[in-house]
Design a protein around this ligand. Sequence first.
Ligand code: MLT
Ligand code: ZN
Length: 469
Amino acid sequence: MTDIVGILERELGAAAIVGPGHERHDDYGRDESPLPEFYPPACAVLVESTEQAAAVLRICLEHEVPVTPRGAGSGMCGGCLPVSGGVVLSTERMQKILEIDPADLVAVVQPGVITGVLQTEVEAQGLFYPPDPASLEFCSIGGNAATNAGGPRAFKYGVTREYILGLEVALMGGEVLRCGRRTAKGVTGYDLVAGFVGTEGTFGVITELVVRLVPKPPAAATVLGVFRDVAAAGAAITMLLRDGLRPRVLELADKSSIDHIRAKSRYRFPAEAGAIVLIEVDGEPESMEMMMEKIGLRCDELGAIDVLAATEPAERRAVWEARRLISPSLKEAYRIKVNEDICVPRGKIVEMLARVEAVSSETKIETAVFGHAGDGNLHVNFLSNEDPADPAVQKHMWAAAARVFEHTVALGGTLSGEHGIGTTKRDYVHLEQSERVIEWQRKWKAMWDPRGLLNPGKKLPARTKPCSE
Ligand code: MLT
Ligand code: ZN
């Protein structure tokens, strides 16, 4: 048997290796997904440069060892778990912001840069990096690109893909490829950058990124519409969308989500809130004020029982801290949290919310729903305090998730709006995509990784029958 740990240690030095017995070794067998299993790797390699990343990929191909790329480990679908064993290639030490260029409106960064740190740094120069996954204080930009992460501001500004202009990628076998551009526009050749973004580390390992920036909006303010229940809040979102107003954020949280953050949050949510719609606007102060007024009036007309404005930075920070606490608070309160991130066409939000409620009462599983409702992207959480190690319990939870996936697809939606497929959702991809579509994706994957060693067991369903060709 190949001593891959020893080989990597000799080539890269012991300081790069987290092997069995190391206090952090177990960390690389887990992420933020709801999987009860733990997948310890042979070792994790904490690379510090593109050359080191390429060396790991060369050595692992030579010895036929699977490699699982990992950013900050904040993913929710098991995308960075070494489910087939082998080596975890972590980019967490590649934390340099190499360049921020206000003239070109770009930043060049290493993949381990924490997204929130990049945002603070560019904002200090009057610039703005809009994608804001809820985990922005601890997730990394390389992981965001690998999963094509979203976030609340995607409503106005779009998701990570819209902000990645160029990439350096290390391929299985050790070749390093630079693709994309630094210009605002560019259509030379096929769009390989778009091809790598969102492939969850199954095509290559991102080792450097050219990120598009925009000017920082001069001001922002947050409005909270308080509704009696989630159906009323969902209906208000549908109407606000029809009005053509363009806030930068249009979020929803149901009563269960709010109740789980009440005690911890510095922001005091109204006691009578059965659901909230969180709206944020940005722009020039005058136009923003007008927009806030319009939105406030419209929420009143749409049945809000209260409308609150947060204009002071400290107050807005408190609202957002509270919003970002929803997911961790649910995780703390329950032994099992199967958190999905379905996305439906915007016109189907109200119907989808009703169907989630129906699945909850059919299965008798508690749910909490929150998220980026303006994009039709709902975080549907199935919650339980039963034993996570009990296969019957897991089966019941995932059967409920599968029902929600079926409803989602029936309404013209997609299984994952932003978290990815990873390993937790790969068995459900066939609900949304035809076998032919899946087969073409397998061919695409095989082009980059013919031996199937890079992040195996992710993104696409396992082949159950031989390929028809
Ligand atoms: C969020 O928007 O808070 C996350 O994407 C969802 C989650 O953590 O479940
Ligand atoms: Zn989200």
